[in-house]
Write a protein that binds this ligand. Structure first.
Ligand code: F6R
Length: 607
C-alpha cells in the first residue's frame, strides 16, 4: 500500500517520477505528490485523488529539479486530502513513506513541545520533523536519519531528500519493500522493480532493517546495526511491454486474457512431460514426512488455498488447515514442532501473511511459500518457494495470479500424494495429462466472453448476487463473489451449494441472480438438486457447467454457459475464468473504475 519512488538524476526528474507513480498507482490512489530540489530548496506539488489530478497540477505549475521523490497514497492515518498527501516536508527535509509509524503520536507530542508545527494528520510527518530536529542539533543528514530510524516503531519504506544536498537521497526499509535501481549516472529508489522498469533493469532489493545512502555514483547500504553490507544486484526481466495495457481497455481484461499463456508458463516450471510426472524444486524438507499442513493467505489467495485443501486431503491423505492470515496470526494456533506451513501471496508482501509466516516459523514449522514476486519478503523468509509465473499483475482485482496459484497448488498436491505414497503413478500421469490440457481449455473458455458480457447486463441491474458451488468449486463461488463485490460494488455472496437451504435460500427471488458453478464431477447431481431448489423459488440461475451438464440441466436455467469438459481435478482452474469475466463486464456496464476500485489497493502492507 502506498508506492514510493526517488530519483537522483542527470536532468529534470519529474516526468520520470510521474511515470514511476503510474506504475505504482496499483498500490493506492487516494492522493499523489512529488518533491524536488530546486536551487537547493525543497519544492513540492500534491493533489488529492488519482495521479491525473497531480499531472494537471504539474501542467499548471511545473516542477524542475534533478533530485526528487514521489508518492501515491493508500490512506491509513488521516483522510485522503491534499494536506495529508505525501511528500511531507520541513524547510530541511522531504520524505515519502509506505507503511505505518506506530509511535508517531508519542513522537509528535515530543516534537510539538519543542516547537515543531505539524501540517497534516499523518504518522509520516512525525518522522520528517524528527529528522529535522536532529539536523537542527547539527547532525549530518546521514547521522540524523540513522538516529531517527532508531526511534521508529512500525513498518516503513522511506525515501528522503535534504535541502541543499543535490547528490544525496536516503532510503530505509523495515517491513515494507524497497528496491534500489542502478542507472547510468543516475540512481533510483522504488517500492518495487515495476516502478523502476522504465529507468533500469538493474535492481537491488535491500533487506529488512537495511537503509541506504544514495548518490549519483552508487549506493552504500547499512544493516540495522549500522554495519556496511553488500546486497546482490539482480537484472530484472520486467520490460515496459509487460507492465503496459497492450491494447486492452483495462489491465484486468489483459490479465484475464493472459491466463492460457501464464498458466502454461507456470506449469512448465513443474512438469516433466517425458514421464508425465511432477518435478518439485529442491525443498529443505521431505514432503513425504509432512503429517499435517497449515495453509495461510488473504483474499483471493486464500480462496486458492481453500481449493487446495480438497486436493491435498484427497491426494496426500493428510489433514490440511486453511486460515486467513489476519485471524491465524492472532489466534495462537498450536502447531506441532517440525510441521509444515504454506503461505500463498501474489505480492509476497502482504503484512498479515508475513506476520503469520513469522509466527509459524517461531513455532518451529518448515516454511513453504507460493509467490509471484521472487524477491519478495515472504519468499526470502521461507525455507522454500514455489513460483507462479503470472508476470506483473497490475489490475487491483487478482485474476491470473489466482489461476496460476491454483496450478502450483495442484502440482504440490500431486507431489505430496506421490511423496506420501497415497497415489500411484497412473493417477499422477492422469492428473498431469489433465493439467497439461488446461492452457488450451482456458483459451476455449475465453471464447465465451461475448455471451458472458450479455449476461453481465442482467447482473449489473441486481442488488445482490449469489454464487453457489460444491467441493473444489465452492471456493470458486466465493472468489466469483469477491470479484463482483470489489469491482462492481454489487453485494455478492459465495455459498457452499448444500448450505443454501440452511439460511441464504430466504434471499431467493426473481431479482437475485444465482450463479451456479457445476462441472460434471462426483458432486454434480447434488449441486443440480440445489439449483432446482433455487429455480423452484423463482430464482434466475446462470448455470456454468460443461457440455454434458448443459445437456442435462441447461433447459432449466435462465442462461447456460457450456465450458469445455475436463477432468474434474482441474475444473476449478477453468471455472475461475467465467466468474472473472462476469465481474469485469458487470463493472464496465456500471462504469466503475475497474483497475483501481474504490478503497482498495493491491499490495496490502498494513495490518
Ligand atoms: C482480490 C485481491 C486481494 C488479494 C489479497 C492478498 O482481488 O487481489 O484479495 O488476493 O490482498 O494479496 P496477496 O496475494 O498479494 O498476498
Amino acid at each position: 500500500m502506498c508506492g514510493i519512488i526517488g530519483i537522483i538524476g542527470k536532468n529534470t526528474s519529474t516526468p520520470k517520477i510521474v511515470e514511476g507513480l503510474r506504475r505504482l498507482e496499483y498500490r493506492g490512489y487516494d492522493s499523489a505528490g512529488i518533491a524536488t530540489l530546486v536551487n537547493g530548496a525543497i519544492e513540492r506539488r500534491r493533489a488529492e485523488g488519482k495521479l491525473k489530478n497531480l499531472e494537471a497540477v504539474l501542467q499548471a505549475n511545473p516542477l524542475e529539479g534533478d533530485v526528487g521523490i514521489g508518492h501515491t497514497r493508500w490512506a491509513t492515518h488521516g483522510i485522503p486530502n491534499e494536506a495529508n498527501a505525501h511528500p511531507h516536508m520541513t524547510a530541511k527535509v522531504a520524505m515519502v513513506h509506505n507503511g505505518i509509524i506506530e509511535n508517531f503520536q508519542e513522537l509528535k507530542e515530543e516534537l510539538t513541545a519543542k516547537g515543531h508545527v505539524f501540517a497534516s494528520d499523518t504518522d509520516t510527518e512525525a518522522v520528517v520533523h524528527l529528522i529535522t530536529a536532529y539536523l537542527d542539533e547539527g547532525l549530518s543528514p546521514k547521522d540524523a536519519t540513522a538516529q531517527a530510524l532508531n526511534r521508529l516503531d512500525g513498518a516503513f519504506a522511506l525515501a528522503i531528500i535534504f535541502a541543499g544536498e543535490h547528490d544525496l537521497m536516503i532510503g530505509a526499509r523495515r517491513g515494507s519493500p524497497l528496491a534500489i535501481g542502478f542507472g547510468d549516472g543516475e540512481m533510483y529508489l522504488g517500492s518495487d522493480a515495476i516502478a523502476l522498469s522504465h529507468l533500469t533493469n538493474r535492481v537491488m532489493y535491500i533487506e529488512d532493517g537495511d537503509w541506504a545512502v544514495l548518490s549519483r555514483s552508487g549506493a552504500e547500504v547499512f544493516d540495522a546495526d549500522g554495519n556496511t553490507v553488500e546486497r546482490p544486484v539482480r537484472v530484472s526481466d520486467l520490460s515496459n511491454a509487460s507492465v503496459g495495457k497492450g491494447g486492452y481497455r483495462h489491465f484486468m481484461l489483459k490479465e484475464i486474457y493472459e491466463q492460457p499463456q501464464v498458466i502454461g508458463d507456470t506449469l512448465s516450471g513443474f512438469i516433466n512431460p517425458q514421464d508425465r510426472t511432477i518435478t518439485m524444486p529442491d525443498l529443505p524438507f521431505d514432503l513425504g514426512s509432512v503429517t499435517r499442513l497449515t495453509i495461510v493467505a488473504c483474499g483471493t489467495s486464500y480462496y486458492a488455498c481453500q481449493t487446495a485443501r480438497y486436493w491435498i486431503e484427497k491426494l496426500a491423505r493428510i489433514p490440511v488447515e486453511v486460515d486467513v492470515a489476519s485471524e491465524f496470526r492472532y489466534r495462537e494456533a498450536p502447531l506441532v514442532d517440525g510441521g509444515a506451513a504454506l503461505f500463498v501471496s501474489q505480492s509476497g508482501e502482504t503484512a498479515d501473511t508475513l506476520a503469520a509466516l513469522r509466527y509459524a516459523k517461531s513455532k518451529g514449522q518448515h516454511i513453504l511459500s507460493i509467490v509471484n514476486v521472487p524477491e519478495s519478503t515472504i519468499s526470502r523468509e521461507s525455507d522454500g518457494t514455489l513460483l507462479t509465473y503470472a508476470g506483473p499483475e497490475v489490475g487491483v482485482a487478482s485474476t491470473k495470479a489466482f489461476t496460476t496459484q491454483l496450478v502450483v497448488l495442484a502440482c504440490l498436491a500431486i507431489a505430496m500424494g506421490r511423496a506420501k505414497g497415497t497415489i500411484e503413478h497412473d493417477c499422477e500421469a492422469r492428473l498431469m495429462e489433465a493439467l497439461i490440457e488446461v492452457p488450451a481449455r482456458a483459451a476455449e473458455v475465453l471464447n465465451h466472453d461475448e455471451r458472458l458480457k450479455e449476461l453481465a447486463a442482467e447482473i449489473a441491474e441486481a442488488r445482490d448476487v449469489l454464487y453457489l458451488g460444491r467441493g473444489t468449486c465452492y471456493p470458486i463461488a466465493m472468489e466469483g463473489a469477491l470479484k463482483l463485490k470489489e469491482i462492481s460494488y454489487i453485494h455478492a455472496e459465495g455459498y457452499a451449494a448444500g448450505e443454501m437451504k440452511h439460511g441464504p435460500i430466504a434471499l431467493i427471488d426473481e431479482n437475485v441472480p444465482v450463479i451456479v458453478i457445476a462441472p460434471t464431477d462426483e458432486l454434480f447431481e447434488k449441486t443440480a438438486s440445489n439449483m432446482q431448489e433455487v429455480i423452484a423459488r423463482g430464482g434466475r440461475v446462470i448455470f456454468l457447467s460443461d457440455e454434458p451438464g448443459a445437456k442435462k440441466l441447461g433447459k432449466l436455467a435462465a442462461a447456460t454457459i457450456a465450458l469445455p469438459q475436463v477432468d474434474p481435478f482441474v475444473a476449478p482452474i477453468l471455472y475461475a475464468i467465467p466468474v472473472q469475466l462476469l465481474a469485469y463486464h458487470t463493472a464496465c456496464i456500471k462504469g466503475t473504475d475497474v483497475d483501481q476500485p474504490r478503497n482498495l489497493a493491491k499490495s496490502v502492507t498494513v495490518e
